[in-house]
Write a protein that binds this ligand. Structure first.
Ligand SMILES: [Zn+2]
Length: 370
C-alpha cells in the first residue's frame, strides 16, 4: 500500500489539500498551471491506464484558474505515458464552476485506450492581485432623484460585481437607497414604507419598528410587507398625542437608515383661497372646513415680500381665525377676509390649512391663490 498526500497553496489564500490513496496502480500526474503561474492546480491523475478492454481511470480534483483564462492558456505538465488535451481549447473560463471536456491519449495506443470525454471541473476566481479584467467603480452618494451605489469592481468577462468585502454580489447589494429622514404618514390609510424610499427600493432588505405596541391604537406595522395599516377610525384620532415612531430600514449590504414617522390626521375637507383687486389693494377671502376637528390653523407659507411680511400676515391670520372659527360637534369651519398692499405680495401667495384634533394635527391642505 502506497499513500501520497498533495497539498498546494495558491496565491489567493485558498488551500487545497488532497489525500490520494493509490492501491497498486501505476501513477501518472497531469498538472495544469494558469498563465502567470498564479495557480498550481491539482493534478489530474491517471489512476489506471487499463489492461485489454479496461477503460483508463482518472482521479480528477477541482482545478483552479482565473476568470477570463482561456483553456489553451493553461499549460500542462504532461504525464510520461500519455497526453491530456482540451476538446475546446478556446473556451474562456468564467467565475465559478466550469465543466470542461478533455481527451486523454496514451502513448501506447495499441495497448491502451484513448478517452474522449474526461470531464474536468475548473473553478475560476477573480485575479485581485493584478486586478485582471476588473474595473473599479467608485462609491456614489444617493441624491434625492437618484439612488447611490457602493464601490465595486466589475469583471469584464463575467459581468459580476465584487464588493469591498471581496465577494461577488448581485446588483441590489450595491444600491444605496435614497431615504428621507422623516415622512408624513396619514392616519386612517394604508401605505407602504417602500413608497417613502424615494430611489433604490430594490436595495432595501428589511424594515422594522421599535415599540410597535405603543402605536397600535392608531396604526400597525407589518414587518414582512413593510405596510403601515391605520384603521379609518384613526383619521380623526384625538384621544392622546401621536408618538413619533422610528422605522429602521436595512439595505442588502446591512447598512441601516432611520426614518421618523410624523403621524398626521386627515387634512381638512375643503380649503378655498380667493383674491380680488379692490381699490388698489388685494382683498383675500379664505374658507376652510374640517369634519370632526376641534380647531383650524391657517398660515401663509410663501409668496410674500419677505419673511417679516409673512410673519406679520400670519399673526393677523391667527387672530382672524380665532375670532371667526365656528365649532360644532360635527366640524370646525372658518371664513376670513383681509386686505394687503400689492407691495407686500411677491407673485402668488401659498397658504396652508391644518385641522387640529385634540393634541394632534392634520396633514396640511396647501393652496395657492389663482
Ligand atoms: Zn469574472
Amino acid at each position: 500500500m502506497k499513500k501520497e498526500m498533495t497539498k498546494r497553496i495558491v496565491t489567493s489564500g485558498l488551500t487545497l489539500a488532497m489525500v490520494l490513496n493509490m492501491v497498486n496502480f501505476p501513477l501518472f500526474s497531469v498538472g495544469a498551471k494558469a498563465e502567470e503561474n498564479q495557480f498550481r492546480a491539482n493534478a489530474v491523475t491517471v489512476k489506471s491506464l487499463g489492461e485489454g478492454n479496461e477503460e483508463p481511470k482518472f482521479i480528477i480534483p477541482t482545478i483552479t484558474a482565473f476568470c477570463g483564462d482561456k483553456l489553451a492558456d493553461l499549460t500542462f505538465i504532461q504525464p510520461e505515458n500519455g497526453k491530456l488535451e482540451w476538446i475546446n481549447p478556446d473556451t474562456v473560463l468564467k467565475e465559478g464552476h466550469n465543466s470542461v471536456e478533455a481527451k486523454f491519449v496514451p502513448d501506447d495506443t495499441n495497448k491502451y485506450k484513448t478517452v474522449d470525454n474526461v470531464t474536468v471541473d475548473i473553478v475560476a476566481v477573480h485575479n485581485f492581485e493584478k486586478k485582471k479584467n476588473l474595473s473599479f467603480h467608485t462609491e456614489e452618494e444617493p441624491v434625492e432623484d437618484e439612488a447611490g451605489s457602493r464601490e465595486y469592481y466589475q469583471c469584464s468577462i463575467c459581468g459580476k460585481k465584487i464588493g469591498a468585502d471581496n465577494q461577488v454580489h448581485d446588483d441590489n447589494y450595491f444600491i444605496i437607497p435614497y431615504i428621507p429622514k422623516s415622512v408624513d404618514i396619514e392616519m386612517g390609510t394604508t401605505s407602504k414604507i417602500a413608497s417613502y424610499v424615494l430611489n433604490g427600493v430594490e436595495g432595501v432588505k428589511t424594515t422594522s419598528i421599535d415599540n410597535a405596541d405603543k402605536y397600535k391604537a392608531y396604526f400597525t406595522f407589518d414587518e414582512s410587507t413593510g405596510e403601515i395599516n391605520s384603521p379609518s377610525s384613526a383619521k380623526y384620532y384625538k384621544k392622546k398625542k401621536f408618538g413619533t415612531p422610528t422605522i429602521t430600514i436595512t439595505d442588502q449590504a446591512g447598512e441601516t437608515y432611520k426614518v421618523k414617522l410624523n403621524l398626521k390626521n386627515k387634512k381638512p375637507d375643503t380649503f378655498k383661497v380667493d383674491r380680488r383687486n379692490k381699490n388698489g389693494v388685494y382683498e383675500y377671502t379664505l374658507e376652510c372646513k374640517a369634519a370632526n376637528a376641534d380647531n383650524i390653523k391657517i398660515e401663509a407659507i410663501s409668496g410674500l415680500y419677505n419673511n417679516s411680511t409673512q410673519k406679520a400676515l400670519n399673526k393677523i391670520l391667527s387672530k382672524k381665525v380665532g375670532d371667526n372659527i365656528k365649532k360644532s360637534n360635527k366640524e370646525a369651519s372658518v371664513k376670513i377676509s383681509f386686505t394687503s398692499t400689492k407691495r407686500a405680495i411677491k407673485g402668488k401667495v401659498k397658504f396652508q390649512a391644518v385641522a387640529i384634533y385634540g393634541k394632534n394635527e392634520s396633514l396640511p391642505y396647501i393652496k395657492s391663490e389663482k
